[in-house]
Write a protein that binds this ligand. Structure first.
Ligand SMILES: O=C[C@H](O)[C@H](O)COP(=O)(O)O
Ligand SMILES: C=C(OP(=O)(O)O)C(=O)O
Length: 358
């Protein structure tokens, strides 16, 4: 379902004139971040809500709130109606569990790929290979606004710093993925982001790149970027003190057991970083077997219930229907087209059990 307008914006309709001036038919103009934000605005009440939700996550990081952070939702958004359905279910469940869990909804519109593959709603909203980013950014902002209106904080992965310019005001928690934790560009972007950021261990399983990213991101940087009007600009980033490590396993080796968590916390302490980890129950920790997420979550929460305050929370890849499907014909409603997820029933049962376990 696309509930947003699909008519071309005047800035995008100038294509012909601008192509003539750049002489490059492969360059398609886009609305600026300011224009898209004005077309799909964040109202004051929602801005305040997001500000408070960012602060609640900071409170968890700083040990001022004892709740467990739960980042849950589909691996990627491909069908806005299904993710809204998921969001409504989660918001209703949150009403009952929010005294012990701080639940954040995954709203991922950019996907990093190991080699090639669909890169997410922002890049290819129609999944036809045409890469209509004008529509993709509009639909991404549109669905994120609708999800934020459900009252839950949103999580996303920041992959392209320019994409984040269009969405940053809607997000309460950002991930830097395993494939980009070593990138200086991403570290500089985090240094400029206004919300807490989880940085994943690298795909080889090591936490060193993420710890270095946290050290780099808490410092200010002088770097090149664009302003909200799309103007090339020199950026003086303020530094982001609100980062933490995400343990996601690597090369088929898991890192959610008590010893791995203790090793990671020691590495964080050495780097003077927040000694807090969020355990990603999916990806290499689940050895890409989605159903394993349930037992992993319970084991990690048992560590936390036994007194390990270094455990900040959990990430789950979860959607309405369990598993995954190939995007090669008729799609099943509410099932992932990227990584396999646990289904809604398992998710609800698991979150209730974790709440009781704490
Ligand atoms: O979370 C999603 C995937 O694990 C990540 O985007 C890489 O996907 P790929 O290995 O299928 O390209
Ligand atoms: C791509 C993701 O994770 P990772 O960077 O750990 O592979 C994800 O969480 O969607």
């Amino acid at each position: 379902m696309n509930t947003q307008t699909t008519t071309q914006h005047p800035a995008e309709a100038q294509t012909t004139a601008q192509q003539t001036s750049s002489n490059d038919p492969a360059v398609r103009p886009l609305r600026t971040p300011r224009q898209l934000k004005a077309d799909l605005p964040l109202n004051e009440a929602l801005a305040l809500q997001i500000d408070q939700q960012r602060q609640q996550i900071r409170d968890l990081l700083n040990g001022n709130d004892d709740r467990l952070l739960i980042v849950t939702g589909p691996c990627s958004i491909h069908d806005e109606a299904a993710v809204l359905d998921y969001g409504r279910r989660l918001a209703a469940l949150n009403e009952q569990l929010s005294d012990r869990l701080l639940i954040v909804l995954r709203a991922y519109v950019e996907k990093p790929r190991t080699s090639i593959g669909w890169k997410g709603l922002a890049y290819d909203p129609e999944r036809n290979g045409k890469g209509d980013m004008a529509l993709g950014l509009e639909r991404s902002r549109g669905i994120m606004l609708q999800l934020a209106e459900l009252g839950l904080p949103l999580a996303t992965e920041a992959l392209n710093p320019l994409v984040m310019r269009y969405l940053d005001d809607l997000v309460s928690w950002t991930a830097i993925g395993a494939r980009t934790a070593e990138s200086q560009t991403h570290r500089e972007m985090v240094s400029h982001l206004p919300m807490p950021v989880g940085i994943k261990n690298s795909t080889d399983g090591s936490a060193a790149n993420a710890v270095n990213a946290m050290i780099s991101a808490r410092h200010s940087h002088h770097t090149l970027g664009v302003d909200v009007d799309g103007q090339m600009a020199m950026l003086d980033t303020p530094g982001n003190p609100d980062t933490h490590l995400v343990l996601r396993g690597g090369r088929g080796i898991t890192n959610y057991d008590a010893q791995s968590v203790a090793d990671a916390l020691a590495e964080l302490e050495k780097g003077n970083c927040h000694a807090k980890v969020l355990v990603d129950c999916s990806h290499d920790n689940a050895c890409k077997q989605h159903e394993r997420q349930v037992a992993i979550a319970q084991e990690v929460v048992a560590q936390r219930a036994a007194g390990n305050r270094g455990i900040l929370g959990l990430m789950l890849e979860s959607f309405i229907q369990a598993g995954r499907q190939n995007d090669d014909g008729t799609l099943q409603y509410g099932q992932s087209i990227t990584d396999a997820c646990i289904g809604w029933e398992e998710t609800e049962t698991l979150l209730r059990a974790l709440h009781a376990q704490l």
